[in-house]
Design a protein around this ligand. Structure first.
Ligand SMILES: [Zn+2]
Length: 245
């Protein structure tokens, strides 16, 4: 079975709450979709975690061992506060009560202010399931009188990042300038050699060329070198207009 052992739920007494938790169906989705923003927020002193739901394996050129090593390398590049794997089954991700409770348990133990999950329109069934699982787990985490570990907790916001398997002309709600983090984002993405490089066409545009073109296109839309887009279903709440560029 291509399943990793689930990371133990952290003891909430031992960990400070996270600023945000990124839920990723597969190891590499968080890096591809919002690796630059993750590092930008960490650069600014925020505490950021990533919960990968599955091992991401099998894939044509990957293996469990390789993918675990690649994930560790990408985690080191990003300097994440916390990373775990929910131990759910790749290619079989479903919004079941059991899976929902498991993710809600991580949310209760890590107490992030916000959650990030994949954008809701996608072709990949695991990504669609991850989105609906996160939405359900966000609610489930605040339930009382349950066996779940940790205190009841409701992340105040749920945002969507883009790591989609459809050629969509999406309209994001906002775009983060990640020009300063770009090189490190590419280092984190390249750490997944079995997914991005091995066995892939070497003629341009390569997979990495496409990642760069996409980042540059989002950057172009905000008059910066590189950007990452996000969406939200609920209105954006702001303290100030100071950070708008
Ligand atoms: Zn994925």
């Amino acid at each position: 079975m291509n399943v990793l052992p689930a990371t133990p739920f952290p003891n909430p007494d031992d960990v400070e709450p996270l600023d945000f938790l990124v839920i990723a169906p597969h190891p590499d989705d968080a890096e591809l979709g919002m690796g630059g923003t993750i590092m930008r927020m960490i650069d600014q002193g925020m505490r950021v975690g990533v919960l990968d739901l599955t091992s991401g394996e099998p894939t044509p050129y990957g293996s469990m061992e390789t993918r675990v090593k690649e994930t560790a390398a990408a985690t080191a590049v990003m300097k994440l506060t916390w990373r775990g794997n929910a131990g759910l089954v790749n290619r079989a991700l479903e919004n079941t009560l059991e899976a929902r409770e498991r993710i809600a348990s991580y949310v209760r133990c890590l107490r992030p202010r916000w959650l990030f999950t994949p954008y809701f329109h996608d072709a990949h069934p695991d990504h669609i399931a991850a989105t609906s699982l996160t939405e359900a787990a966000r609610f489930h985490a605040k339930l009382s009188k349950t066996d779940m570990p940790g205190p009841r907790h409701h992340p105040e916001r749920l945002y969507y990042y883009f790591c989609i398997h459809l050629r969509l002309a999406v309209q994001p709600t906002w775009i983060v300038d990640i020009s300063e983090q770009w090189d490190r984002k590419m280092d984190a993405v390249k750490a997944y050699e079995s997914q991005m490089i091995t066995g892939r066409p070497t003629e341009p545009p390569t997979v990495l060329d496409r990642v760069r073109d996409e980042g540059a296109n989002w950057g172009r839309l905000i008059n910066r070198n590189y950007g990452e887009p996000f969406a939200t279903k609920e209105p954006l709440a702001m303290n100030s207009l100071r950070d708008l560029i």
